[in-house]
Design a protein around this ligand. Structure first.
Ligand SMILES: *Cc1c(COP(=O)(O)O)cnc(C)c1O
Length: 516
């Protein structure tokens, strides 16, 4: 295995500072170097004393393994330390500030976790008879009511498992509606602003539509004239994010909704940024036909690293009949699930997901809503916007804000402030890691050069934001003072330096093979 203290070999070390950071053991302070569990293991070592097994040779009909399985042999303290150290290498919202724009990495209140672990909820099984899970169905129904109320929309499909899955649900609902109108063959074009999250064009394309990109204005909003010029009888709809990925409210949204409807298309709103407006703006009032919510963003359930999320989709009256099964219904006898198309009195387009949605996320999201109440949710979105504007106000004289005026819950900078310094957005982000901050989102959205998109969320204190501001101002001053090399070397304090991220993604090595 490579020397733990070395960075990637083609990255120069930063002279004496890097030398000082090189240790004999490979550990740094009390952050210990950690080999793979297979490298530590030793054949024959074991954490438990097993009695000799009585092996019956014919039980497996000659299929018994001939060689050792190759499990690593470790003692109990070795195992405990290994996994504890691994857990400490992870950076999460519980470790520090995580201003990853477009991701809403807010605090996950512990009351949500308590509720999710309550016996009656934690021990539920999706295949148990609905008569024994009435409380769970009521919980889904209550959450659906909150979502419909916050959005002022008549229906919601609860089963999508993430934002992108919600987009799929929404676009499939639109496709089903177009089929019912007999226009699926002619309405084949989806309009998507160029600032959109990559999942938007990907979803439209996956559903068989051609994607037609709408340019942005210098104000960071949809170019409404360009949008209107693209309308025609072949347009199925628009996918618009509001607040958009530049962290700005699309002021022309009501006009856009009216124009797309007049042209016979549907309005898909990407509601991943609902965190900025929940309790203040109701998408139904803006003319939206369908919109996914990322419960794991707006309503604080843990996410990241591909973990579970939930992307319920609110639907207008025009699209509600096409919502997928299963869904909860409610009559005098209690709650039931409609599981099959044949049992539905509507026209569901089918089923998107096994079982009923992400129950663990539903529980946490409803706990968040109920513990905040309507006023608390409004306070949260207000504070999210306040925090982002605080960053903007305190950094705009030294860093380049991409668009003038107030932002919503995230603030977008570009790399003009780094011009002629030799420092790139990537270098700047790497230097932030040495300072103990998770970098912001970089190089997204694509509408500005070298984007730095920061989303503090409402759950950060002024103290945290002030330290972050002081750090970024300091780094900016260093970059402008000609200290480019210190950025090129960064990070110097991490267990690994600059990794070849492209190779890691393209050619992942997921399997350990013993050295010959
Ligand atoms: C996060 C996000 C998505 C995708 O949501 P996932 O839950 O990650 O699939 C889509 N659009 C926007 C604007 C987002 O921020």
């Amino acid at each position: 295995m490579a020397d733990m203290s070395q960075g990637r070999s083609n990255v120069p070390h930063g002279g004496s500072q890097a030398a000082a950071n090189r240790t004999i053991s490979g550990s740094k302070g009390l952050e210990l170097a950690e080999p793979l569990i297979f490298e530590m293991g030793e054949a024959g070592r074991c954490g438990v004393d097993f009695a000799d097994a009585k092996v019956s040779n014919d039980r497996l009909n000659g299929m018994r393994r001939k060689a050792a399985v190759g499990l690593p042999g470790l003692s109990e303290p070795q195992v405990v330390r290994h996994y504890t150290r691994l857990s400490q290498k992870n950076f999460g919202i519980d470790s520090g500030f995580y201003p990853l724009g477009s991701c809403t990495m807010k605090h996950n209140p512990r009351i949500n976790e308590r509720v999710a672990r309550m016996k009656g909820l934690g021990d539920l099984h999706p295949l148990q008879p609905t008569s024994t899970a009435q409380g769970a169905l009521e919980l889904i129904d209550t959450l659906a009511t909150w979502i419909k109320t916050l959005c002022n929309m008549p229906a919601v499909a609860m089963s999508p498992a993430a934002g992108a899955h919600g987009e799929l649900c929404g676009i499939m609902s639109i496709k089903a509606a177009l089929e019912a109108r007999g226009e699926a063959a002619t309405r084949t074009r989806f309009l998507v602003p160029e600032s959109a999250h990559g999942t938007n064009p990907a979803t439209a394309a996956a559903c068989g539509f051609t994607v037609d990109s709408i340019p942005a204005t210098e104000r960071g909003r949809v170019d409404i004239a360009a949008f209107k010029a693209k309308l025609g009888p072949d347009v199925a709809g628009i996918m618009l994010t509001n607040p958009n990925t530049c962290g700005l409210f699309e002021n022309d949204i009501i006009d856009i909704a009216a124009a797309i409807h007049e042209a016979g298309g549907y309005f898909y709103c990407d509601g991943a940024n609902f965190n900025a407006i929940v309790g203040r703006v109701r998408p139904g009032d803006l003319g939206v036909d369908c919109m996914h919510l990322n419960l794991h963003k707006t309503f604080s359930t843990p996410h990241g690293g591909g973990g579970p999320g939930a992307g319920p989709v609110v639907l207008s009256a025009a699209l509600a009949p096409f919502a997928p099964v299963p869904y909860v219904i409610h009559d005098a006898d209690g709650f039931e699930m409609v599981e099959h198309k044949a049992d539905s009195d509507a026209q569901p387009f089918g089923r998107l997901k096994g079982f009923h949605g992400q129950m663990g996320v539903f529980i946490r999201a409803l706990a968040f809503m109920l513990s905040h109440g309507a006023e608390g949710l409004l306070q949260a979105s207000t504070d999210a916007v306040l925090n982002a504007n605080y960053l903007r106000a305190k950094l705009q004289d030294v860093m380049s804000v991409s668009f003038d005026g107030m932002c919503m819950h995230e603030v977008l900078f570009d790399d003009r402030f780094l011009k002629d310094t030799g420092v790139t957005t990537l270098d700047f982000a790497k230097a932030m890691i040495d300072e103990g901050f998770h970098p912001m989102t970089m190089y997204f959205p694509l509408v500005v050069h070298g984007a730095l998109l920061m989303e503090p969320t409402e759950s950060e204190s002024k103290d945290t934001l002030d330290l972050f501001i002081k750090t970024l101002r300091g780094l900016t001053a260093r970059a402008k003072a000609g200290e480019a090399q210190s950025f090129k070397d960064a990070p110097v304090l991490t267990p690994r330096r600059r990794l070849d991220e492209t190779a890691a993604a393209r050619k992942p090595v997921l399997r350990w093979t013993p050295e010959a």
